[in-house]
Design a protein around this ligand. Structure first.
Ligand code: BGC
Length: 720
């Protein structure tokens, strides 16, 4: 079994949308959906751009898709083959080098396509297209830049200006902010015949006309450059110059550069599992999807919840980044982890503004963050399947744990690497402003000593507007504790904290921190089980299947005012258990075991973020068969194209970076028990019986290392 390749034989045009996700290639700058070069709009093809957003009218703001390369027409022997059903067809994705490929046998000829989103040159998309003929005949191939762009809430590009000369060019601007988007394409081919270019109704295109001979292979190399006005003041010139450079270097060299770049990335982050080939492949897949969307070209970008697979979830950054994606990066490629957190540091002004809008002080980060920290989350995020009316959800207003999650990751960065520079460069300020937010958000009763966080939503989104969510309160308390602990981090530079507090006018807040830490309400505990929020234990306690059987439509939303889960103890995703996974030292093994036993059967795992948190805690309590089952579910999610596709009537498909990061966490932090503190690694392995060994790379204080964990023990070796 090839543990590095996803292969799918057979032609099924209905699979276009899921193939688009499973066969996605990306390089942090752009994501290219794994659809065929000739795909029409219905198959949801896209070149999705990271960090470029647009809003059309009052529809949802979402990331922009650029014009894409497309095979417009393929005529041979007087017949059109675009849209024809092939005799045989196979799709492949090489995870090792990020190469999408397909082979399609149309009978008279065989079509091969190989595609990369270059990891060494983020603005470059390159393709090799080859035709091997079995019969003689006249061939005419038309391919170019398609302006027929698939969008969920578009269109986003306007004022198209197109040129068709030696290079094709397509210029446009976004509707909301008039950001220029330029794509250029150059083509080299080895055929004998005519190459011409022209403007067509769908975009500028090259046409190749030649007489094919039996046994002959004709190959075309395509180089496409993409730049926006956010990258450079002259994006069209840059895109054209890149095409010219890539063309003169040649396609093989472009593929080689990309391959080397991938080898380097794998050398830093690869986790390799022996014992089950299927799961070894799943882990490669997860790591590929996650690492292909890392913003290596930037210093202050984060990663959207559906990666670069399209416009689902508005291309926004959620807590997924800090809690699920960040760990793999901080252990393996700290510079990417820095970028995720720099994005939060630089978007602090947006968080201050959001808190102020709600009448609070400090930093309340957006639930769905877009460029510049703009809140992308709307008031209505779900559509009722019966009335087709939008349903008011309170994610934006009430999911206040987001600020604590960010403060947690900033602290983790310091704690894991021992590098305090990020705290110095704005991280400490973010922690203080998040703490200030919770200080202003807490409220008390005259007759009680305790302070509450009322009217919140915890990670379990099915129960909205609850009080004292255990996760939220404990993470908020951790944020306050981290604020105070900053003093010790900078004890050798007392002036640093004094100046920061002075600049932020923080003296009064600082004085309140110890008391707030003491008074912030802890969860109600019954027989060792933490109550998820006040009153949770009073809700109907019935099996998950009973709740599922109450659905009148499988696409119904389970949460909100009328959702089936609301009146019951059935939860969407790990909540109390997520807390135990994040703050393991706060809970005894016995408490974790009791809470796992209580909450797991009551969890729908309706979010791809859920299973990995349960798996991490399962490892801790030695429930290794359960951990293995949850690992398989987490790691295979994008390989099999699973996950929920709908929330009410809203399409939420795409890749699942949080689960991809989760798979790494289970393998390395869970099964191997890896912990790094100030760059020092410790391991306490607990391999499930199905696993013989796990080998993984990470970066410690001594530099990059390779760790091998077997049933007999473990060893650590330097990587050159
Ligand atoms: C989950 C959130 C998550 C979001 C994006 C939702 O379904 O409930 O916790 O942040 O998806 O992945």
């Amino acid at each position: 079994m090839d543990l590095w390749t996803l292969e799918q034989p057979g032609y099924d045009p209905q699979r276009g949308v899921t193939d688009g996700n499973r066969f996605l290639i990306a390089n942090g700058y752009m994501g290219v959906r794994g659809t065929l070069l000739e795909a029409e709009r219905q198959a949801c093809p896209a070149v999705n751009l990271a960090g470029v957003y647009d809003r059309n009218g009052d529809k949802w703001r979402e990331p922009v898709n650029a014009p894409r390369p497309r095979l417009f027409s393929l005529r041979f022997g007087g017949q059109e083959y675009v849209g024809a059903t092939p005799r045989e067809h196979v799709l492949r994705l090489s995870y090792r080098h990020g190469v999408f490929s397909r082979e399609t046998d149309f009978g008279p000829f065989l079509l091969k396509e190989e595609r990369i989103a270059s990891l060494s040159e983020p603005h470059l998309l390159a393709e090799r297209l080859s035709f091997t003929f079995r019969e003689a005949g006249q061939a005419q191939v038309t391919l170019g830049l398609s302006t027929d762009i698939w969008d969920i809430n578009g269109p986003h590009l306007f004022d198209f200006q197109q040129e068709a000369a030696d290079t094709l060019l397509c210029r446009a601007v976004t509707g909301e902010k008039a950001i220029p988007v330029a794509t250029a394409m150059a083509l080299t081919w080895d055929g004998r015949g005519k190459k011409a270019s022209a403007l067509t109704a769908e975009g500028p295109a090259f046409t190749l006309c030649f007489d094919a001979r039996p046994g002959e292979t004709v190959t075309a190399s395509l180089f496409m450059g993409v730049y926006t006005g956010l990258d450079d003041p002259a994006p069209a010139q840059q895109a054209q110059a890149l095409c010219a450079r890539a063309q003169s270097r040649g396609l093989d060299a472009c593929f080689q550069d990309n391959g080397h770049a991938w080898e380097k990335v794998w050398a830093r982050c690869q986790a390799e599992l022996t014992g089950s080939d299927q799961e070894a492949l799943s882990l490669h897949a997860s790591q590929f999807y996650l690492n292909s969307i890392a913003p290596r070209h930037a210093e202050n970008l984060s990663i959207p919840a559906r990666g670069l697979s399209g416009q689902t979830y508005k291309g926004a950054i959620f807590w997924d980044s800090e809690i699920f994606l960040f760990p793999q990066f901080v252990y393996t490629q700290p510079q990417v982890a820095r970028s995720l957190l720099r994005y939060r540091i630089e978007t602090l002004p947006g968080a201050l503004q959001k808190a102020a809008e709600y009448g609070f002080r400090g930093a309340f980060y957006p639930w769905e963050s877009q460029e510049g920290g703009q809140e992308g989350c709307t008031d209505f995020n779900v559509v009722d399947v019966f009335t087709h009316r939008p349903v008011r959800t309170y994610f934006r207003d009430k999911q206040i744990h987001i600020s604590a999650d960010i403060a947690y990751a900033l602290w983790q960065y310091y704690d894991i690497t021992g590098d305090r520079s990020l705290l110095e460069e704005g991280g400490a300020e973010v922690i203080l402003q998040c703490a200030r937010f919770y200080l202003s958000r807490m409220s008390g009763h005259l007759d009680r000593e305790e302070l509450d966080l009322t009217d919140v939503i915890g990670p379990d989104e099915y129960h909205e507007r609850v009080t004292n969510n255990a996760f939220t309160n404990r993470m908020a308390r951790r944020c306050l504790e981290s604020a105070l602990a900053l003093e010790a981090v900078f004890s050798d530079r007392p002036g640093f904290m004094a100046a920061l507090k002075e600049r932020l006018g923080y003296e009064a807040d600082w004085a309140r921190l110890p008391e707030a830490i003491r008074r912030l309400r802890g969860p109600w505990i019954r027989d060792g089980v933490l109550e998820q929020f006040d009153g949770y234990f009073d809700l109907e306690d019935c099996p998950l299947e009973t709740v599922r059987s109450r659905l009148k439509d499988p696409r119904e939303y389970w949460g909100g005012d009328h959702g089936v889960a609301g009146p019951t103890q059935i939860i969407k995703q790990a909540d109390v258990i997520a807390l135990m996974a994040l703050l393991p030292e706060d809970f005894s093994d016995e408490t974790v075991a009791k809470n796992f036993a209580y909450y797991e059967p009551r969890t729908e795992h309706g979010s791809s973020l859920s299973a990995c948190m349960y798996a991490l805690t399962a490892c801790r309590i030695g429930a290794l068969d359960k951990a293995w089952e949850l690992f398989k579910k987490t790691a295979s999610i994008d390989l099999v194209g699973g996950g929920k596709q709908w929330a009410g009537e809203i399409y939420i498909g795409g890749t699942h970076p949080a689960a991809n990061g989760g798979a790494w966490m289970i393998a390395v932090l869970g099964f191997c028990g890896a912990r790094m503190q100030r760059g020092e690694l410790t391991l306490s392995p607990r391999l499930p019986s199905q696993v013989q060994a796990i080998r993984f790379a990470l970066t410690t204080a001594e530099g990059p290392r390779q760790i091998t964990v077997t049933r007999e023990g473990w060893r650590s070796e330097p990587i050159d």
